[in-house]
Design a protein around this ligand. Structure first.
Ligand SMILES: [Zn+2]
Ligand SMILES: [Zn+2]
Length: 350
């Protein structure tokens, strides 16, 4: 057994549920491995599913864009921040410490409020108890795997340190390029249709980009040096999402460079910044949905990516995109898929 296989194996054992938290097996959507899981096996919910299913696509569109979804909220936030606290394009024309610092402060406050707010609600106030929480286990303390021996402190350090700094760096460079006319820039008045369409395409682009960067990060050379930091988190909390090694931040955030070639408005850039940074906190909450009066009001974490954190070499992308299914790395939550994934991992590290 190589050193790496040992690390993985140890992680998986740690990831197993403790005997104290075993649920009653008769309960639906709960098992020895999961406090909560959605209907299994996971279905193919890719928007590129073939043949195209009009009703499915209409539902997907309505769920994401015609309700107060995570994405709609992020667009609203982007518009509000653009008009209130972020420096304007005029200011960004010439480099100055002031507006760069201003952008960084806004991003720090935003990250702290969103990740911190979710953490406070789910893990301090325990506002939803364990309802819809995937894992049986609490976030880890007194564990040497993490910096400061504490999962939350470790995750906060990497998210707020390297994470927000690099997010800001990509953002201010893009703003400066836009302000000086070095890259194509539009307004709502000049290109109204593209303006709206591009907002809706950005998450699709981001998912496409993420899949490939993430696959690269799972090449053993990259994984053992950098990506393993994000994978300290077997069980997830909001702060886990953007907790990455600086080299991973640098690679993960290259998604923002799309604005250097595709005509955009600063609101697109801000939406994209929110989607990559605080958005990662939302997808790693550890819970599937936010419940309000026992009704699912906001989709948060996905079981799909939770499986990736538990079993590593599967589900590199997200469920909307077909890549994992096309390239045979899809884990549908079944025991057979776990076995296939473990075999793949063994092959990669033997
Ligand atoms: Zn990974
Ligand atoms: Zn993750």
């Amino acid at each position: 057994m190589s050193e790496l296989t040992r690390i993985f194996a140890a992680n998986e054992i740690e990831g197993a549920p403790t005997p104290f938290t075993l649920p009653r097996m008769s309960e639906e959507h709960t098992s020895r491995d999961w406090n909560y899981h959605p209907d299994l096996p996971l279905q193919d919910s890719s928007i590129f599913r073939w043949p195209p299913d009009g009703r499915f696509l209409a539902n997907w569109f309505a769920k994401n864009w015609l309700t107060l979804s995570e994405r709609v909220m992020m667009v609203i936030l982007a518009v509000v921040l653009y008009f209130t606290v972020y420096p304007s394009l005029d200011v960004a024309k010439t480099w100055a410490f002031g507006w760069v610092l201003q952008t960084w402060v806004v991003n720090m406050v935003m990250m702290f409020t969103i990740a911190g707010g979710l953490h406070w609600f789910f893990y301090m106030k325990k506002g939803q108890g364990k309802k819809l929480r995937f894992s049986h286990r609490d976030l880890l303390r007194n564990n040497r795997k993490f910096d400061f021996d504490d999962q939350v402190k470790d995750n906060m350090f990497w998210s707020m340190g390297s994470g927000v700094a690099q997010l800001t760096a990509y953002q201010v460079v893009t703003m400066w390029l836009m302000a000086n006319g070095y890259i194509p820039t539009i307004t709502l008045a000049s290109n109204p249709i593209w303006f709206v369409l591009w907002l809706m395409l950005l998450p699709v682009w981001s998912a496409f980009h993420f899949y490939w960067v993430h696959r690269l990060l799972h090449v053993p050379f990259f994984y053992t040096r950098w990506h393993c930091l994000h994978h300290r988190n077997i069980d997830l909390g909001p702060w886990s999402g953007f907790s990455m090694h600086p080299v991973e931040h640098l690679m993960y955030l290259t998604t923002l460079m799309v604005h250097w070639v595709v005509a955009s408005h600063p609101i697109h850039v801000i939406f994209h910044v929110i989607y990559q940074g605080p958005g990662a906190a939302m997808t790693h909450t550890g819970y599937e949905d936010l419940l309000v009066k026992d009704k699912r009001r906001l989709a948060l974490g996905t079981f799909y990516h939770t499986l990736h954190h538990r079993y590593f070499e599967c589900n590199y992308g997200n469920q909307e995109m077909p890549w994992d299914r096309w390239f045979g790395t899809f884990h549908d939550g079944s025991e057979e898929a776990t076995k296939v994934t473990r075999d793949r991992k063994k092959r990669m590290y033997s």
